[in-house]
Design a protein around this ligand. Structure first.
Ligand code: DC
Length: 237
């Protein structure tokens, strides 16, 4: 039996590219991972990549407040992201960076590093390549995915939540690892969001065609269900 190219293309499962943006503590990572796992898609945490490059800068004596020094060094580390939603990985020059990129030191420095245009250009390129080569499609989470990295994504979601809800979720995540209390977590989070939203190059922003989901009053399962439904609607449209 002959299968023409046209038939094969029509019967192959369509890939789907989903962009999930929003500030920290809105449930982006948990939602994105669970949605990707449910639908058999790849998953990319772009925040982890910005954290990885920041970790490398801190380890290599680069002054993260010096944008010229950061831009000069930006291409030096090799950052590799594993995109299995059940076990996402991130390495820097071959070393596992999943733990160290979550320290307070990296969190405090990441906004400055991610505001540097050369850093953004390099990571945007890497993110586009990863998305383009995901066989069945991908859920990509970040701050500028719908606006800059993947403006042609099939579906764009912008997650929001009140600062109180975001701070209490983050404090929960940090329990046992850090003694930051709710008030200081809220303050640090609001400060980081302001820096991420206020930077010149591709700031945290909702794309004009993104669907906004306010997660303040929703459980994680409800948010996951909502996003899965939106993707399925797109796929059958
Ligand atoms: O999602 P996260 O909190 O791990 O992200 C860490 C930082 O990385 C965040 O403060 C802003 C930056 N970031 C970015 O500038 N663009 C992205 N697409 C993702 C993250």
């Amino acid at each position: 039996m002959f299968v023409t190219v046209e038939t094969a293309a029509r019967t192959a499962p369509a890939t789907v590219i989903v962009a999930i943006d929003g500030p920290s503590g809105t449930g982006k990572s948990s939602t994105s991972k669970a949605v990707a796992a449910k639908l058999g898609l790849s998953y990319l945490d772009t925040g982890a990549q910005y954290r990885a490059i920041t970790w490398w800068m801190l380890n290599n004596g680069v002054d993260v407040q010096d944008s010229v020094a950061v831009s000069t060094a930006a291409a030096k580390p090799s950052i590799v992201s594993g995109t299995d939603p059940a076990a996402p990985t991130i390495t820097v020059d071959g070393a596992d960076a999943a733990g160290p990129i979550r320290t307070q030191q990296v969190t405090a420095a990441v906004s400055a590093v991610s505001a540097v245009p050369e850093v953004r250009a390099l990571l945007t390129e890497l993110q586009r390549t990863i998305a383009a080569t995901a066989a069945r499609g991908i859920v990509v989470e970040g701050r500028d995915i719908g606006t800059t990295v993947l403006p042609d994504a099939d579906l764009k979601i912008f997650l929001t939540a009140s600062p109180e809800a975001r701070a209490s979720r983050r404090s929960g995540e940090l329990k046992g690892k850090d003694s930051a209390d709710l008030a200081s977590t809220r303050e640090a989070l609001v400060k980081r969001d302001a820096a991420d939203s206020g930077r010149k190059t591709s700031p945290l922003a909702k794309a004009g065609d993104a669907v906004e989901v306010d997660t303040t009053e929703l459980t994680l399962d409800q948010v996951i269900e909502c996003v899965v439904t939106l993707i399925e609607e797109k796929r059958t449209a």
